[in-house]
Design a protein around this ligand. Structure first.
Ligand code: 3PG
Length: 306
């Protein structure tokens, strides 16, 4: 079978080598399309692919239609808002992600962003410490749990809100379950977002929640830019000169936010949460193994469109 790795933002070389070894050892052929700049390049490359590994690359109905032999697509990473699951299902294509494989990298970035903003983005002036401050984790999944553990190790108090995780599990891990999202925003100096981008969450973080944050509050977004209601965020940043926003990756209206709010906002130019060699290797190799297992014995663990 031909496995295509199509990554606009390429994996580290060690990950590509590892994927290649796994694929060839199982008798498959590996093709690479890295750093592509045009959709047409992807459409052309998928024409003879039996399997596809992507990162945040958009696998749309158009891409699926251009890939008549495609049987499986694996998003090497957690968030799968870039996959058109309905189009996959319609064609009988198995879609998977690799949950947890790049979580530590994202969690480390969230902690780094909190410190960066607390220290005036490493520019002169008096900052503040994160020790003793309260952090609210919105969604206590793979990344949220790691952020919580690291924050507690740094002396922060941690709350979490997640309707899908039992309060006892949070308590066992030293985390205070929030009674509601509103209560968490009211109680926390930092809020770290770890929700996926879904029809329910897109645009859901706006004025009502952010304006509840205490003086000096900082919103940290290593999830998806789409979960923010940007006009409402701008409104609250305008009204509350004490609040800060840091995001991986830039908001659609980032230039306006930067101009209006200066050092109180910061955005990475390209999504970098999972940009570590370790995360690339973990997620890339997991994707390759999942494809090999699917072709070998039909294993559909981590299938998203069951
Ligand atoms: C994820 O959902 O796994 C992360 O956002 C990483 O995305 P990336 O592969 O585009 O860096």
């Amino acid at each position: 079978m031909k496995i295509l790795v199509a990554t606009e933002k390429p994996f580290a070389a060690a990950a590509v080598n590892g994927i290649c070894e796994i694929a060839t050892a199982a008798g498959h052929e590996l093709a690479l399309l890295e750093k592509y700049t045009e959709k047409s390049q992807l459409l052309e490359a998928v024409a003879d692919a039996d399997a596809l590994i992507v990162r945040s690359d958009k696998v749309t109905a158009e891409v699926i239609a251009a890939a008549p032999k495609l049987k499986i697509v694996v998003r090497a990473g957690a968030g799968y808002d870039n996959l058109d699951l309905a189009a996959c299902t319609q064609r009988g294509i198995v879609a998977m992600n690799t949950p947890g494989q790049n979580s530590n990298a994202v969690a480390e970035l969230a902690i780094a962003m909190m410190i960066f903003m607390s220290r005036n983005r490493f520019t002169p002036g008096t900052g503040c410490e994160i020790q003793g401050k309260t952090l609210g984790i919105q969604a206590y999944g793979n990344v949220g749990r790691l952020v919580a553990a690291k924050a507690m190790a740094l002396g922060m108090k941690v709350m979490a809100f997640d309707p899908f995780v039992p309060a006892e599990k949070m308590q066992e891990e030293g985390v205070t379950p929030a009674q509601s999202l509103e209560q968490m925003y009211e109680s926390c100096d930092f809020i770290s977002l770890h929700i996926p981008a879904t029809p329910q969450t897109v645009g859901s973080i706006g004025y009502d929640l952010v304006s509840r944050m205490p003086k000096g509050g900082c919103l940290v977004n290593t999830a998806r830019k789409e979960v923010i209601n940007e006009p409402e965020l701008a409104k609250v940043l305008e009204e509350r000169q004490d609040l800060k926003y840091v995001t991986d990756v830039a908001a659609a209206t980032q230039a306006e936010l930067d101009e209006k709010f200066g050092k109180r906002v910061f955005a990475t130019p390209k999504k970098m949460g999972a940009e570590t060699a370790e995360a690339n290797v973990n997620a890339g190799l997991a994707a390759a193994r999942q494809i090999v297992a699917y072709f070998a014995d039909g294993c559909t663990r981590f299938q998203l469109n069951k």
